[in-house]
Design a protein around this ligand. Structure first.
Ligand SMILES: [Zn+2]
Ligand SMILES: [Zn+2]
Length: 193
């Protein structure tokens, strides 16, 4: 995202807050400050059956959508069209999503593991059928890591989870063999913010 396009805010940086935005003038309520397309999305476990997984759709239903991927039971879509649009990228990570569901981790941790997986998929498959514009994948990886502010117990917990996820991602070439669980932990620290 190029902030020059959004003159109503200015990027500041401090030791305590990291990077943050400040308004450049008094803003009336409901002013549109900036608008950016989501780079990647993940749906929280408890909502996955009711929110269409196609990033361009995300339609919500009161009851669960019936069209879904039966192998992972994670991907639900509102229509055959939406389902088919996400299938090419989903097929690659479907077994991984299924394994994440079975991992001994909290809902929050599982959501971040899933999000990292989809972010890495987008990085590898920039031009997919459901993305109308090229996504700016490199921008995510340019963001600052917050790994150094993690507690030792967080580091140890994430190390175990990332070690497991890394081997799955290397297997499907979403991570390079030269990349370690530390690279994944850096990505998670970025996504967690
Ligand atoms: Zn849909
Ligand atoms: Zn699946």
């Amino acid at each position: 995202m190029h902030l020059e396009q959004f003159p109503l805010v200015q990027l500041k940086k401090s030791e305590h807050w990291g990077r943050y935005l400040v308004a450049t003038e008094d803003l009336p309520p409901e002013t549109l400050i900036l608008c950016a397309e989501a780079y990647s999305i993940t749906i929280f476990d408890s909502f996955r059956k009711r929110i269409c997984a196609a990033p361009s759709c995300l339609s919500e239903s009161r009851t669960k959508w019936t069209i879904h991927c039966s192998s992972c039971d994670y991907l639900y879509a509102c229509s055959a069209k939406c389902f088919e649009s996400v299938l090419p990228t989903h097929a690659l990570i479907c077994p991984i999503l299924r394994k994440i569901s079975c991992m001994k981790a909290s809902q929050h941790e599982k959501s971040l593991l899933r999000l990292s997986t989809t972010v890495l998929t987008m990085k590898n498959y920039k031009q997919t059928s459901h993305v109308s514009q090229p996504t700016h994948s490199s921008e995510v990886f340019q963001l600052e890591s917050h790994l150094s502010s993690w507690t030792l117990s967080d580091v140890n917990e994430w190390k175990k989870l990332c070690y497991t996820l890394r081997s799955m991602l290397v297997e499907v070439a979403l991570m390079d063999i030269s990349e370690s669980e530390l690279d994944l932990m850096n990505l998670i620290s970025i996504l967690e913010r």
